[in-house]
Structures are given as C-alpha cells and as structure tokens.
Design a protein around this ligand. Structure first.
Ligand code: FAD
Ligand code: SF4
Length: 570
C-alpha cells in the first residue's frame, strides 16, 4: 500500500549542502519545505572523540551503504559493467549533511575561464584546439553573473581566506574570516614557489580560522587543527557543514521538516509538470508519495541523474549518435603531483582538511597552451591535513614493500615526507557518460546507475605536464628525493582519488546540449529543479563545492521567483 502525504510547497531529495541551502532560502520566504533524506540524523554531538581512523576513514562509517545501493562501472562500451562493491575512487555521502559533513572544506570558485571555456578556447586557439570528441561547451552563465551567489555561499559558510591570487575573477567582498595559520610546512611551499616566480596564496578554507556568526545567525567555531577532518565530522563545530549552518536556519523558520530513512525512487510527472516523489522508508520498506508544488533534486550528481533516468524525464544520452543530454558530459578529475623526502622532521600529524597553500599559475588558461596538446590545467597545492597513522606509510623508491626494512623506512619517513598535488581539470568526452544498468538493481528494485568512463589523451597530457611542475616546486623546497606521480593509463575505480564527479545533468542556454537552464530548472518540466556538480559542463582545476554552493543559491532564487510567477525562468 502506498500512503499519499499532504502536499507541500517544496520537496528536496537529500539533505546535504544543496538540499540544505534550498531549504533555508525557501523556508525563509514562508514556503513549506520537506527534505527527504535516505540516511539518518546526526550532528556535532555524535562526533565527540571521533578520532578513530579505522572506523571512519577505512570503514567509512559516515558514508553510503553499498550493500543497499551502488553504481556499476566499465571503462568503455565494449566491457561488461560490474557493481562497485566497496567504496573506492570516490566516497558517496549519506545522512544529514551528506558529504558536506565529512568533506575537507577546500572551498573554491571556478575560474571565469571555466564558465565560457568553449568561447574563450576557440577565440584564443581556434576551433580545432581539441578534437571534436571532446564535448566542451559554455555553461550558460558567466563568472560575473554567478559572483553574488559565490559571495552568499562563502558568507553562509564563513570561508577563511585571502584575496591575493592574481588569477581569480573579481570578488565583491573580502573573505568572511581571516586565512588559516601559515605553518612552517606551508611557508616552505610559499618560499619555493615565489623563488620560481609563481604566486602562492592561502587555500580558501571551510575549517574556520576564527569563531564566526553567519548572516542567518548560525555560529561556527574556530578550528583546532585536530588533523581528523577529511572523512570525519567535526567535534568542535568548526568545519562549516550543512547541519550546523543551513539546516538549523531552515528549521528556525518553523517551515521545514526532514524525514530521515526516506529513499526516493521516482519523480512523478504528469504532462509537462512534476507532481511529487515516491519514496521507501528504508527500515520498514513502507511506500509513500510526497506531493509538492516544486521538486528539487539535491541528492548528489549521480543520484540526481539516476532519478531522472528511472523517471524517464529528459532524453538519455546515446554515445553512438551523440543525441540526448541526460548522462552526457560525465567527467572526473586527475591528480598530478610529486612527493618529496626530506631530512628534517615536520609536524605532519596535525593539520586541518583545508589547511594549505596553492599556486594557480598552471590552472585554467592562466598560461599559454599554444604549443601544448591539452587545454586547462590544475591548481597545485601543498596541504597539511593531518597524516592519518594507519594509512600514511610513505617510503622512498626501492624500499621493500613489507618486512623490517619497510617498517623502519616508514617510521623514519612518516614525519619527513611532503606532497605537492594538483586537482587537474578534466574535459568531457563523447564516450564518457552515465546511463541505467541493464542487469543490476538496488535493494528497492531500481536499476543501478552505470558509469562508462576512462581517462583521455587530454587527461594524460595534462597530468604529465602538471606532474613536472609539481616536482619542480618540490625540488625547490629542498627535498633530498623527489618522486613524481606515475603517468596515468586507464581509470581505475578501486583506489581513492576524489569525490569530484561532474556532469550528467549539465546546465546551459541550449536545450539541445543541456538538461537544465541557468537557474537549474529542467527544460522539460518547469517545476523541477536539479542542482549539484552534475550541472558542471566539464570539471575544473579545483574541488567543486564552492561552485556547487553558488549554484544552489542561484537555484533557490529561481524557485522563489518561479513560485510567485510560474513559467520558464529564462
Ligand atoms: C572525503 C571527502 C572530502 C571532500 N572534500 C572536499 C573539499 O575539500 N572541497 C570540495 O569542494 N568538495 C569536497 N568534497 C565533495 C563535497 O563533499 C561534495 O561536492 C558536496 O558535499 C556535494 O553536495 P551535494 O548536496 O550535491 O551532495 P551530498 O553532500 O552527497 O548530499 C546528497 C544527500 O542526498 C541523499 N540522497 C541521495 N540519494 C537519495 C535518495 N534517492 N533519496 C533520499 N536521499 C538521497 C544522500 O544520502 C546525501 O545525504 C569531498 C567529498 C568527500 C567524500
Ligand atoms: S581540523 Fe578543524 S575543522 Fe577539521 S575536524 Fe579538526 S577542528 Fe574540526
């Protein structure tokens, strides 16, 4: 039996950063909002004495239960896709706050170049800089148009930073809080990159340098540099996360309710509008329908795409013909970098998820690509996130990989090893896409999302070039041995890389190559909004969430306008 609940103004599927922002903004406007979250309730008090690496960083306590739902994967269309049975390349979020609870907090605005990448690349390098199978496109919005929304997200999250990077787009305001502390490790990077003629700056951080109250009255504490940040919740309430910012803001209005253990399996559509969503209680398996005036998919980019596919909303992308938009332009990220082994001991055990310094000299189009066989680039950073004791065993080349000699070298090198690493941009490719799996289903009987993905020649060229630049910085920092990252070959879903998946529900100004308009309103259903990194038309040289947060504020504005006036917002 299916129970139909009372209709609300807005329902969001998932309560991470995107779901929380939409809820806060709409509830403040007096709209009745329900958040359906498949995971459980949790908050700062659950994270007391949380420094258990095995439980959280290795067994992924805060993340999605893959025995209930996962994705299937293959490198290309000729292979058989198989389900990802253990968390690997990326870590999917679940529960109040989503991945925003256990993220690092490295908070970026994509570059002006990113939003107009096709136009700018063609203007400077001609139409044939990349072969036609790279499906790059503009985003249908410019950096300047998105700037006010970046500012809103950074003020909500209290981002700590300094505006000294010469390559960024223009900012309308300073960062909300001062940059984090510049430790001796960071100073080493700063001196070396300045010697090389680069422009280092403190990484913008959602681990807050000082106590802060945001414009909605939510309070965030000062970071204690505990070093157990990425993959952990913050026991001090010092990492900006949905459950300590936008969720309480929404709740304080009295217009917001969250239903936990509620797994949405379908968006219901009648004619050219959606009417609500169908979900299962994950404990009792009871089925419910939540009717709503507006449905907002905020369930991470993969689930957003999957829900549209199973609900048959929009045209599935077909790599054979190039037709269809849903699932198109799926992109991941590449991680060029270099390790350095030093003589002196350093305090690598302490740190914070976003404690770092960066150079952008080789990001975006900040350097000349005329003689290079790739476009874009990567931010190159040193981060001091706190080296976890079980997982951090750096040893120089030619050390045995087990036994007494390995142990000795591991203990010796643990405090003497640093890394300079890049978030490498990844361009969409005709053969990289998402679809529904024809074989495997989740626990609710819904087909799994299937990823078809491999690194491209553009990725390989970019990786090699940026690895050399990272090694150059490491050399200048004084490492006695420098080891550059191995060249990349085929993408492997097993080792952890990043949770920076993009595309599949791309935004744009042309419905022929995008799923949503630049308010993240679906082209085929005016009361359906889809928001997340799935809206990115390609993946940039940074972590995604600063840009995702800006898009969520833009989307909230669109929903509020839509609820007053109806119709298409563009
Ligand atoms: C370990 C780690 C470190 C990271 N560090 C950084 C960083 O430093 N900087 C950065 O920019 N980004 C970082 N990220 C990425 C960042 O966390 C995500 O970009 C961001 O949290 C995405 O927000 P979201 O709202 O789109 O999705 P999520 O945070 O994933 O939230 C989606 C929510 O929807 C729920 N949901 C999904 N499907 C359903 C369904 N069918 N029904 C009901 N609910 C559903 C999920 O349970 C989840 O709670 C990191 C991610 C991880 C895992
Ligand atoms: S490093 Fe700072 S923000 Fe991160 S968990 Fe520790 S105290 Fe919290």
């Amino acid at each position: 039996m299916v129970t139909t609940l009372d209709k609300v103004d807005v329902v969001t599927v998932g309560v991470g950063w995107t779901g929380g922002i939409i809820a806060a903004e709409c509830a403040k406007e007096g709209m009745k909002v329900v958040g359906l979250e498949r995971g459980r309730e949790r908050g700062t008090s659950d994270f007391a004495i949380v420094h258990d690496e095995y439980r959280y960083a290795i067994r992924y306590e805060l993340m999605q239960d893959l025995s209930r739902e996962t994705v299937s994967f293959r490198n290309n269309r000729k292979q058989r896709a198989l389900p990802m049975r253990q968390m690997g390349s990326f870590l999917l979020g679940e529960g109040l706050g989503g991945s925003g609870t256990h993220w690092n907090g490295q908070n970026w605005r994509f570059l002006p170049y990113d939003f107009e990448i096709k136009t700018m690349t063609e203007q400077k390098y001609g139409a044939n800089k990349l072969p036609a199978e790279y499906t790059i496109q503009d985003w249908g919005i410019t950096y300047d148009e998105l700037e006010p929304y970046f500012d809103r997200f950074e003020k909500t999250a209290g981002i700590s930073g300094e505006d000294t990077n010469p390559f960024w787009g223009k900012r309308s305001a300073e960062y909300a809080t001062q940059p984090m502390k510049k430790t001796p490790i960071l100073q080493k990077f700063e001196t070396a990159s300045k010697n090389l003629g680069y422009s280092p700056f403190m990484m913008p951080s959602a681990n807050l340098s000082e106590a802060y109250e945001n414009p909605d009255g939510a309070k965030i504490n000062a970071c204690q540099y505990c070093g157990f940040c990425e993959r952990f919740g913050c026991e001090y309430g010092a990492k900006s996360s949905p459950e300590i910012t936008v969720v309480p803001t929404a709740k304080n209005t009295g217009n917001y309710e969250i239903k936990f253990n509620a797994n949405v399996v379908e968006v219901m559509k009648q004619g050219d509008k959606v009417t609500g969503v169908r979900y299962f209680d994950t404990v009792s398996f009871e089925e419910f329908i939540q009717p709503a005036e507006v449905v907002v998919l905020t369930s991470y980019m993969m689930n957003n795409a999957k829900l549209l596919m199973v609900s048959k909303i929009g045209e599935q992308y077909d790599p054979e013909t190039g037709r269809g938009t849903l699932g198109r332009n799926y992109a991941y990220q590449i991680l060029p970098g270099a390790s350095g082994f030093f003589d002196e001991k350093m305090n690598v055990f302490m740190g914070a998820g976003a404690l770092g310094m960066t150079v952008d000299d080789f990001n975006g189009d900040n350097f000349d690509h005329a003689d290079l066989d790739f476009i874009h680039g990567a931010s190159l950073s040193i981060t001091q996130t706190g080296n976890r004791p079980i997982q951090t065993n750096p040893v120089p080349p030619d050390t045995p990989s087990w036994g007494a000699e390995f142990k000795k070298a591991s203990i010796e090198n643990y405090p003497r090893t640093l890394n300079v690493g890049g978030q490498g941009a990844s361009m969409p490719h005709r053969e990289n896409y998402m679809a529904l799996d024809g074989t495997y289903k989740d626990i609710y009987g819904v087909p799994l999302l299937q990823l078809t993905y491999n690194f491209t020649d553009q990725d390989r060229a970019l990786h090699a070039y940026l690895t050399e630049k990272a090694a150059g910085i490491m050399q200048e920092m004084g490492a006695k041995t420098v080891v550059g990252g191995s060249p990349i070959s085929d993408y492997d879903i097993v080792p952890y890389q990043t949770t920076h998946n993009t595309g599949g529900t791309v935004m744009g100004s042309d419905p022929a190559i995008s799923v949503v308009n630049n308010y993240l309103q679906h082209w085929d259903a005016e009361n359906l909004f889809v928001v997340g990194a799935g809206n990115f038309a390609h993946n940039g040289g940074y972590n995604p969430t600063g840009t995702v947060g800006a898009l969520a504020y833009r989307c909230a504005e669109g929903i509020i306008n839509y609820s007053k006036n109806g119709g298409s917002l563009v």
